[in-house]
Design a protein. Structure first.
Length: 366
């Protein structure tokens, strides 16, 4: 198991407040990767009218919510299971599969490795190479998928690299894994931000493959991490039944279930989010294109990974310069295979993005 250094997560605003003496209310977080529009417009307007829902238990099957998610994702609601955030579902999947040896495409989110270790599994990384711009080398991965591997974990688009795998490639991976008896867990937390969503999401593959489960949540795209609502999509009904049997009942409260239904139907909010992120992604890349002291990797999610090329400037240096201006970026030296020359920041509102770019470029070009 790789050792992960202490770091400031996007939710660690209280720690930042204590260390830097900056009130958390005055910090703009470019580290949490949350939709800058805030919560759904319809949700803001309508949720309070449902307050009486807390006087009764939620539907134990969450049928209405699952049907709403099914419509949003274009799949069968019977293939959907909801949970208390995608984190609960990751934990439950690993509890049931109990992988003895997992392969994780990385650098990526550390929670996969952590959960696997809790159930005495070993994690090995399939390294996404910098010289390939952190894109997955499918031929190399196929060679790495040996019979001793029992779980493959892929974040798509990946955090922190913002690279992605199209569905045709995922199909090749699933075929190889099927041959070797390997189950595949795909985290699609950021897929709704992708410019090429229709060709990236693996949801259609769940109709044909029983060795894949897809995990999503509402924390990032719908800017609602506090609601703790996640969902899994899987064509393997037996596995879903087993996961459901391990879950505590009513892990999603009544208001969160109602909120989910409202958000997934807020088409104006969804369209505005996609348009905003797409526009800012293109604009920021065009600005960074002319900066010789950095290299950036094509972003497909709502964040961008940057490598610092200038001597004497580190990720800690840029983090410090930004936070002193009330702007929190991600120092990526804590991710496997990345060092103190990498930072990540998400796309916020244009005005905020301009302020951050000014701070970063002043440090990089001085």
């Amino acid at each position: 198991m790789l050792e992960h250094k202490e770091h400031f997560h996007g939710s660690d605003l209280e720690k930042i407040e204590a260390v830097y003496g900056i009130k958390k209310e005055n910090i703009t977080s470019f580290s949490a990767n949350v939709n800058p529009l805030g919560i759904s417009y319809r949700l803001k307007k309508e949720l309070s009218s449902h307050i009486d829902a807390i006087t009764s238990y939620p539907d134990r099957e969450y049928t209405s919510l699952r049907k709403c998610i099914a419509e949003y994702t274009h799949t069968d609601y019977k293939n959907i299971l909801v949970g208390n955030g995608s984190t609960e579902l990751i934990s439950l999947v690993i509890q049931i599969l109990k992988p003895s040896k997992a392969l994780i495409a990385g650098p990526t989110y550390s929670e996969y490795e952590h959960e696997i270790s809790l159930y005495n599994g070993r994690s090995h990384y399939f390294r996404l190479q910098e010289y390939d711009n952190f894109n997955l080398d499918i031929k190399a991965l196929q060679k790495a998928l040996t019979a001793e591997i029992d779980l493959l974990v892929i974040c798509n688009p990946n955090n922190p690299t913002s690279s992605q795998i199209d569905r045709a490639t995922m199909r090749i991976i699933l075929d190889k894994c099927k041959e070797k008896g390997i189950f595949v867990m795909v985290d699609e937390t950021y897929v709704e931000f992708s410019e090429d969503y229709e060709n990236i999401t693996s949801i259609p593959l769940t109709e044909y493959y029983n060795n894949i489960i897809i995990l999503r949540g509402i924390s990032k795209f719908f800017a609602a991490p506090g609601l703790r609502l996640g969902y899994a999509i899987c064509g393997n009904r037996q596995l879903l039944k087993e996961i459901d049997s391990r879950k505590n009942p009513w892990t999603i409260n009544s208001l969160a279930a109602i909120a989910g239904e409202i958000m997934f139907n807020d088409t104006d909010y969804i369209k505005e989010t996609i348009d905003l992120i797409s526009s800012e992604r293109k604009r920021i890349c065009s600005v960074l294109q002319s900066v010789s002291s950095i290299k950036f990797y094509k972003p497909n999610a709502n964040f961008i990974l940057i490598r610092i090329l200038k001597d004497g400037i580190t990720s800690e240096h840029l983090f410090d310069a930004a936070i002193k201006k009330g702007l929190m970026i991600r120092d990526c030296s804590t991710f496997p295979f990345l060092d103190n020359k990498y930072i990540r920041f998400c796309f916020m509102m244009p005005k905020d993005n301009d302020v951050l770019l000014k701070v970063l470029l002043s440090e990089l070009e001085c």
